[in-house]
Design a protein around this ligand. Sequence first.
Ligand SMILES: *Cc1c(COP(=O)(O)O)cnc(C)c1O
Ligand code: SF4
Length: 377
Amino acid sequence: MTSHLDIPDASSMAADDEPAYDTTWQGDVRAGVRQVRDLDSLPLLPAERAAAQAAATRHKVRIPKAYLDLIDWSDPADPIRLQVIPSPDELAEQEGELDDPIADHAFSPVPRLTHRHADRVLLFATYQCAVYCRFCFRKESLTSIGRGFSREALEPAFAYIEAHREIREVILTGGDPLSLPDKALVEIRARIEAVAHVRLLRIHTRVPVALPSRVTSGLVRSLQGRLMVTVVTHFNHAREITPATEEACRALRQGGFVLLNQSVLLKGVNDTVEVLEELCRELMYRLGIKPYYLHHGDLARGMAHRRTTIAEGRALVSALRARLSGICNPVYVLDLPDGGGKVPLGPCYVEAQDGDAWRIRGQDGELRTYTELVGDP
Ligand SMILES: *Cc1c(COP(=O)(O)O)cnc(C)c1O
Ligand code: SF4
């Protein structure tokens, strides 16, 4: 058995060893945008096409047909379009933007693994994705070709996980782990499962959003085993929620996985209370996915046009907190650039402390005093 299951970038994600009876998702990949010249087939104005092609030099393009079909081409500000069609604004890099905005590399003791928090590691099983998001914070890591999955490449990471007994969660991220063939997923899961101190496997993926047909019964089975599995999806707008994504998420839930979602706050895409409110409600009520994080835009290169200010973000989440139930509310976080980790940015209701008296703003906006009463030490 050969160990290389790399998926060549310029062709499709369809591996030859995929069963012939299940070809829907391969078709979705093939009929989508797979390389820069496929942008020619999109209903763009000539000037828009030239701009998109120029911008595509800075970050790979790939858009499955299922996601492409969600774009309303009559609207230049369509929230799906803005996430995947290259824009010339990406070429306008700002002083202070970073190649590695959340310091993945500084905390990488062995290739393809980042260990910043004692109990959990990121494992980069592949550096390829089903869809390339223009705002990706790892886009510099994803640019080099040929960094698909191979058993040898992951061996040092597996050995590291085995040797570090404090690791309880292994987070498959990248790259998109669900862009790998089932066979590769089974192999990776088996290796992680064999490590007794690991308790939970986390899959960070945009596949249920951008390529829901890939969520087959075979894929679900390939993740089932000894470990608790959490699938963390990445929906940014309620328009991404369709009958197909609903079906994919139902399959994942019925497979026994815990579903969470992280979104990125993106100017022009989802930076209004109405859009975020609808997104969070539909995630929870329609897909059964708990909104987990709302990420403040990080300092990825060429993304100034998609970043909001922190003040804007805080105003949005304060409004959300008042409108949404507890389970529908995500935590608004910033992943600090120097590896400081993810820290909540608000809302904060504590206004002042005077001894054991705390001045705290209620959800109705009124300031109240809470006086601490604790037993003697
Ligand atoms: C985001 C991240 C995690 C996961 O953090 P949670 O807050 O548990 O979701 C783990 N390690 C690294 C390096 C990360 O960037
Ligand atoms: S799917 Fe995730 S890793 Fe891949 S391009 Fe999008 S944001 Fe980046």
